[in-house]
Design a protein around this ligand. Structure first.
Ligand SMILES: NC(=O)C1=CN([C@@H]2O[C@H](COP(=O)(O)OP(=O)(O)OC[C@H]3O[C@@H](n4cnc5c(N)ncnc54)[C@H](OP(=O)(O)O)[C@@H]3O)[C@@H](O)[C@H]2O)C=CC1
Ligand SMILES: O=C(O)C(=O)[C@@H](O)[C@H](O)C(=O)CO
Length: 276
């Protein structure tokens, strides 16, 4: 089973669900990612700061899945913002991944107090022209950050990867993305397995569909039009998470799940939270 594809604003496409790889490191991480690829995952979400780009490349080679069939994402860390620094960062990622191109490269956090994300974005545009990356996007960018990128460069990101789960459905942010043709990706889509999966609203809907709470949450993301990237190190849970394309939530079920809104998981407000 593989996830259906969705089109991006640059003519490329991404699977509608991928594997988060934060904390999938070293040999165990490689094994988990090989298992995911064998189960049908075709999108791996990495970052320089996860310290696992070598492991992602190794898993891809070991899996035997055709390179062209897998969308590899990685991210420029805050310490590499700036034009030359970002181009060097992308080269470093390609070296560590052992790949000729990255499918989707993101600016990991805007780090507004540093104020170099527009320079980083200009370098991303250049890297795409050079064929080092196929699609370019951002992560944790607010509407104001996106407006500034678009105003100053005229290039609209293909993707914005943001915190998104039933406790934080990001209605305004998603509406802005839809208006500008930006695909939304959901990080921590399972709210990091907090009490979310035991919420009665979710368990009752899951029982009604003969599905697990996790599948209902991931299906909710898909029906919002966002691309969830759940992380699991476990082969059985990876397969469970990918198996969300054979049922449909009713509109009132989607709305009830969105009604769990209460805020961010932790203080990851991109206006104030910065990561180098
Ligand atoms: N751009 C950004 O700033 C950020 C990006 N991310 C990206 O998003 C990805 C996902 O987010 P993450 O924070 O990892 O959190 P998730 O919401 O994906 O939750 C992961 C947790 O859920 C558990 N889990 C997964 N599947 C199941 C299941 N079917 N049943 C029960 N438990 C399950 C995992 O355990 P187990 O492994 O044991 O299955 C793990 O403990 C990251 O890996 C990373 O790629 C995350 C944070 C910030
Ligand atoms: O996982 C990511 O991409 C992150 O940016 C993390 O560092 C995240 O910010 C986190 O886990 C902080 O606790």
């Amino acid at each position: 089973m593989t996830a259906p594809l969705r089109s991006l604003n640059d003519g490329n496409s991404l699977p509608q669900l991928g594997l988060g790889t934060y904390q999938l490191n070293d040999g165990a991480g490689v094994a988990a990612m090989v298992g995911a690829l064998e189960s049908g995952y075709r999108l791996l979400d990495s970052a320089v700061n996860y310290g696992n780009e070598e492991a992602v490349g190794e898993a891809l080679r070991r899996s035997g899945v055709d390179r062209s069939d897998v969308s590899v994402t990685t991210k420029v860390p805050g310490r590499d913002h700036g034009f030359d620094e970002t181009l060097a960062s992308i080269s470093g990622s390609l070296d560590r991944l052992g790949l000729d191109w990255v499918d989707l490269h993101l600016i990991h956090w805007p780090n507004p107090s540093v104020d170099r994300y527009v320079d980083a974005w200009r370098a991303m545009i250049k890297a795409r022209e050079h064929g080092m990356v196929r699609s370019i996007g951002v992560s944790n960018f607010t509407i104001a950050h996106l407006e500034r990128l678009i105003d100053e460069t005229g290039v609209v990101p293909a993707v914005n990867q943001v915190e998104l789960h039933p406790y934080f459905p990001q209605g305004d942010q998603r509406a802005f993305h839809a208006e500008h043709g930006i695909a939304t990706e959901s990080w921590s889509p399972l709210a990091r397995r907090t009490e979310l999966l035991a919420e009665p609203v979710i368990t009752e809907i899951a029982d009604g569909h003969g599905r697990t709470p996790t599948q209902v949450v991931l299906r909710w993301h898909v029906q919002l039009g966002s691309i969830p990237i759940p992380k699991s190190a476990d082969a059985t849970r990876q397969r469970e998470n990918l198996d969300v394309f054979g049922f449909t939530l009713a509109p009132d079920e989607v709305e009830a799940i969105s009604g769990l809104e209460r805020g961010r998981l932790w203080d990851g407000d991109p206006d104030t939270h910065e990561e180098m």
